[in-house]
Write a protein that binds this ligand. Structure first.
Ligand SMILES: [Zn+2]
Length: 869
């Protein structure tokens, strides 16, 4: 795998790319001209090219003199070394390379997809796949303008980052499309789409103060799917305007295309002017789309649009600052959602994502947000919840601490100072400190540069005449962890506390390990919450009596985010085993009844763990009975059908509760009704035709799943047939997940065989194994199957995505399996991109699950025995 960086003193200053892209062929042709600036004379020039068959190489010095040159593979994978006959530079040099390369089939670089017998070409270059499509300096620090021309079939559509400015007919049924020169861009955000595409023109986005020109807006999809772009095109303009208003800088490119890609490895990709999405995020079939799809679309679109500024306009200088792209895009995107879709409760979603990152960050093998990046493994690992969600939490925490307007001044200063260039964490902190008029860097870096989640232990101290909150901090560690606990952070910490019907807030910069927070003099608080609004990146625990007071006196005054934070403190107690399991399981009812979805679903995770890992076969029915007891009333209130004007979060809660009752609580009535509806959708008792109207869109997947689980071979066969006939990415996904949840052993085996079935899209390949990993009855067989077919799986999905395969073994909870997983992956893992760290994380998770079982098993069994039906 590639390791080294290119030298910094050889820089591209302009690219001219010319490619012939005919997706029906096996390969494409390219001509690349790069103007290079050399700071000093050089005998060799290193650049990136992977799998390109180079046919011609020409170099010219700054005087236009032609220089003979040879080339050879660099000593690092994906690099070539050019060797001119005489030393070049200093100054400008021109490099011209002609080549041919195969279309990639694993969704990397310039790749080919076939849909309904028609071939298309799309690109995905992040992080280091531009080198598969053209020779280049494939690092984010090397930004340069690009002139692109694409030679395509005359009846095809060609899309790139900028507007097409000329089209020339050529011989042999081809045409050449030339695109406007781009602003300075890094290689990883270039994008092209070629094929018989549908193009839907929307109204241009109206101009406003920071952008004088209307912005051309289009949707692009494969042939015939154009009409499904309408929903996305209707929602994009408001988001763009909201971003421009906050940032004070107009959308920085000459047009915007939203492109639905039928087979796509990521969720979406922020190519300037040409954002690519998975079809299942961008295409909406009907007014009756599931709520989850609408919410995900709004969320992902806002994140990608924010990238037009954070990442595209200002690019991180190197991958160690990937968070400058991703954390900012997530934080900014969430802000846009809060402004435009308050009914989605974006602030609660943000905290839910942050809690997910905390679970990862609690591991000894966790990365820092800003982690040194020295290899392709490190680059790939940088795209994780630590970068995205811990980074987002960090920005939101300092925004609240400094004030919204001060923070915004810092953001604008940062963007204005580095627009069209690159930036580092230091650049951001300098801008923020300048806007704030004080040093923000030191506390900020205490989170940026060390892994882990602070645990703040709080106790209400009642001295005579003076109330304080006593604080202690250390690193939060789950029971069984072998990491070091003695760490401190500089935490902008606010506590909320109440007396009578009033509540108050007080803040400090808590540098620990011990400290205190002075409360308003003369007030005798009856309760305290150590993390007001859940705003600080930390987990907390309260002294037992203070926790009781909070539940009794404070609960009604807590915001949804605060209740979610309090729910996490119960998870903290479970993971660290600081409270006995029976006490924790008994406390779940208040959470399950909470009106906020994110709070109401917290117990589900703990109950799943009890059913799978703590109960044993004899007490599993007891866990299921308790699960039903908690959630039946919730589902009863929601019912099978959404009320008119019901809020989106209610719809999502209905989906979550139904799935939980059907698959974990094994509720017989719920399963019977889900089966009935699932069979109706599959057309089992009618003419065999798919009938999507038989169930609310939000409940479709669960009904299909139960229908397949209960319906035997006939149901499996029907779902398989509908899957084969289906072009809708979302419906395919739902059918495939239902098929993969089949529990009869012979059907389970057939579901696994789908992994290597050519009718699956590449991005669907791992779905059966993921689903079976999560289903205890199928887990072992899925793991065996993966080991037996591992090479074929890697072949199909590529070494890049195969780096994620250790996670397919991530739900085991015993040391025998930990050893097996390690023995299997260890000799293979260095060849899978990002694999070594992903393996370490999985092994640690298994080890910790085993420790959690040892700590909780006895008390949990004591608790659940009472629930035996
Ligand atoms: Zn992103």
């Amino acid at each position: 795998l590639p390791r080294v960086r290119l030298p910094a003193d050889v820089r591209p200053t302009h690219y001219a790319l010319s490619l012939e892209v005919v997706p029906e062929r096996e390969s494409f042709l390219g001509q690349t001209r790069i103007k290079i600036h050399l700071d000093r004379p050089r005998e060799t020039i290193l650049l990136h090219a992977a799998g390109l068959k180079i046919g011609s190489l020409l170099m010219q010095d700054s005087g236009g003199r032609r220089i003979e040159a040879g080339w050879r593979e660099g000593e690092d994978e994906g690099m070539i070394e050019l060797r001119p006959a005489e030393p070049l530079g200093p100054g400008l040099t021109l490099l011209r390379i002609g080549y041919e390369a195969p279309f990639n089939l694993q969704l990397e670089g310039l790749y080919r997809v076939e849909v309904r017998g028609r071939a298309y070409a799309f690109t995905q270059f992040q992080s280091i796949s531009a080198r598969l499509a053209f020779p280049c300096f494939d690092e984010p620090g090397f930004k340069a303008p690009f002139d692109v021309e694409l030679t395509v079939r005359s009846e095809h559509v060609a899309v790139a980052n900028t507007l097409a400015v000329a089209e020339t007919p050529l011989a042999d049924g081809l045409k050449r499309v030339r695109f406007a020169t781009t602003v300075s861009l890094p290689t990883y955000v270039l994008a092209w789409a070629v094929g018989p595409l549908d193009v839907v023109e929307a109204f241009p986005v109206r101009p406003q103060a920071s952008r004088r020109q209307p912005l051309p807006l289009r949707g692009i999809a494969t042939n015939g799917r154009g009409p499904e772009l309408r929903y996305a095109l209707e929602h994009a303009p408001a988001q763009i305007l909201a971003l421009e208003e906050y940032l004070g800088i107009g959308y920085p490119f000459d047009k915007l295309d939203l492109i639905a890609v039928p087979d796509f490895a990521a969720g979406a990709m922020e190519n300037p002017g040409a954002i690519t999405f998975r079809e299942s995020l961008l295409l909406f079939e009907a007014a009756n789309a599931p709520q989850e799809q609408k919410r995900s679309f709004a969320d992902v679109l806002a994140h990608e649009l924010a990238h037009m500024w954070f990442g595209d306009l200002v690019t991180m200088h190197w991958w160690d600052d990937t968070w400058l792209n991703e954390a900012f895009a997530s934080w900014m995107g969430n802000r846009v959602l809060q402004a435009l879709y308050p009914e989605y409760q974006p602030g609660v979603w943000m905290l839910e994502a942050v809690h997910g990152a905390m679970s990862l960050d609690s591991l000894r093998s966790a990365r820092q947000i800003r982690q040194p990046v020295e290899s392709a493994h490190d680059i790939e690992n940088a795209f994780d919840p630590i970068t995205y969600d811990k980074g987002m939490a960090l920005l939101a925490m300092f925004e609240r601490w400094l004030g919204v307007e001060t923070f915004r001044r810092g953001v604008r200063l940062y963007l204005e100072r580095h627009r069209f260039g690159t930036a580092t964490a230091e650049d951001w902190l300098a801008a923020l400190s300048e806007a704030a008029g004080r040093d923000v860097g030191t506390p900020f870096q205490s989170f940026l540069l060390q892994p882990g989640v602070p645990l703040v232990e709080a106790r209400l101290g009642r001295e005579v005449g003076r109330s304080i909150v006593e604080l202690r901090q250390s690193r939060f560690l789950p029971v069984g962890s072998r990491a070091a606990r003695d760490r401190t952070w500089q935490i902008p910490l606010c506590a909320r506390y109440g007396a009578g019907s009033e509540s108050y807030e007080t803040c400090t910069l808590f540098g620990g390990p011990e400290g205190e927070l002075a409360l308003e003099p003369g007030i005798a608080p009856s309760w305290v919450l150590p993390n007001a609004d859940g705003a600080a990146y930390l987990r907390w625990s309260l002294a037992a009596e203070d926790l009781r007071s909070l539940r009794e006196w404070g609960w009604q005054s807590l915001t949804p985010r605060e209740r979610l934070s309090a729910a996490d403190s119960l998870v903290v107690a479970f993971e660290a085993a600081t409270l006995p399991a029976d006490e924790i399981y008994a406390a779940l009812r208040t959470l399950a009844e909470d009106e906020t979805r994110a709070v109401a679903v917290v117990p589900m995770r703990l109950l799943r763990f009890a059913r799978e890992c703590l109960a044993g076969a004899d007490l599993r029915p007891a866990v299921e009975a308790y699960a039903r007891d908690l959630y039946r009333p919730v589902f009863g209130a929601l019912a099978w059908q959404a009320a008119p004007n019901e809020g989106p979060e209610h719809k999502l809660l209905r989906q979550d509760v139904l799935e939980f009752l059907a698959l974990v609580g094994r509720d017989p009535q719920v399963r019977a009704e889900a089966e009935r509806r699932g069979r109706a959708v599959l057309g089992l008792d009618t003419n065999g035709a798919l009938n999507l109207g038989a169930v609310e869109a939000d409940l479709l997947e669960t009904c299909l799943t139960v229908g397949v689980q209960e319906g035997g071979p006939a149901a499996f066969e029907a779902a398989r047939k509908h899957f084969a006939d289906c072009d809708s990415a979302l419906l395919r996904w739902q059918l495939l997940r239902a098929l993969s949840a089949a529990t009869m052993p012979e059907l389970s085996a057939r579901a696994r065989e789908l992994v290597l079935d050519p009718s699956l899209r590449v991005n669907e390949t791992l779905v059966p194994l993921e689903r079976q990993r999560d289903e205890p009855a199928a887990r072992e067989a899925a793991w065996r199957w993966l080991q037996e077919h591992f090479d074929a799986v890697v072949q199909r999905i590529g070494r890049l995505r195969a780096g994620l395969t250790p996670a397919l073994a991530g739900r085991f909870s015993d040391l025998t399996h930990a050893k097996e997983v390690e023995d299997f992956f260890r000799p293979r893992i260095d060849q899978l991109v990002g694999g070594p760290r992903n393996l370490a994380l999985v092994l640690e998770r298994i080890e910790l699950a085993a420790a959690r079982i040892a700590a909780h098993e006895a008390a949990a069994r004591r608790f659940f025995r009472r629930w035996l039906p």
